[in-house]
Write a protein that binds this ligand. Structure first.
Ligand SMILES: [Zn+2]
Length: 196
């Protein structure tokens, strides 16, 4: 059993048809999903699943990814396996999340490029975020300098592309891994990379 992760190939897809492949309690597994289950600091998507020509609707209130399957927790009795459904995410929430996430990559990319300093942790919300850096001498001038460099990068309007590469390959390119290596989960088999 495997869920096709549509959010990995096109992050602007906000809706998809899918089939229920399994049900466990109030959780539903689909053969394909646009719902990001959370991870890498980014919060899980929320949204809705409908079936029976939209006569039935349920809110997706939590997400879980176990092995290769994405589970959607519903706020009502789930449809039975085999049911064709339409899943749609809360796009405003996701889009804010995507912008914040991209902004963080610009920030840690800038700090890496300018000071060779790695990220040690962080927390992401749709409209705000925190990032930790193992950096000394973070004085006012330095903050202003970082802000200026980040704004220059945003101004440059680089395209954002998605690459997938095996874990071992990713570790061979130190510039690509700006997170402290020990923070990456061991089970992580593949990286999806947003590279500008
Ligand atoms: Zn990221």
């Amino acid at each position: 059993m495997k869920t096709k992760l549509l959010y990995h190939t096109n992050s602007f897809t906000y809706e998809c048809s899918a089939k229920v492949v399994a049900v466990e309690g109030d959780e539903v597994a689909l053969d394909a999903t646009v719902f990001y289950p959370g991870g890498g600091g980014q919060m899980a998507d929320r949204g809705m699943i409908s079936w029976d020509n939209q006569r039935c609707q349920a809110n997706v209130i939590a997400m879980n990814k176990r092995k290769d399957v994405v589970w959607h927790t519903l706020d009502c009795i789930p449809p039975v396996p085999g049911t064709e459904v339409v899943g749609s995410i809360d796009w405003d929430f996701r889009y804010q999340m995507m912008r914040t996430h991209t902004a963080l990559h610009i920030l840690c990319g800038t700090i890496w490029k300018e000071f060779g300093v790695q990220v040690t942790g962080g927390q992401m919300y749709p409209d705000r975020a925190r990032m930790d850096f193992a950096m000394e001498n973070l004085n006012k001038e330095r903050i202003a300098y970082i802000e200026q460099k980040v704004n220059e990068a945003i101004e440059a309007d680089y395209p954002i592309r998605v690459y997938t590469l095996p874990r071992e390959k990713a570790f061979e390119i130190p510039d690509l891994v700006r997170t402290k290596i020990n923070l990456l989960p061991r089970i992580l088999q593949r990286f999806v990379l947003w590279k500008s």
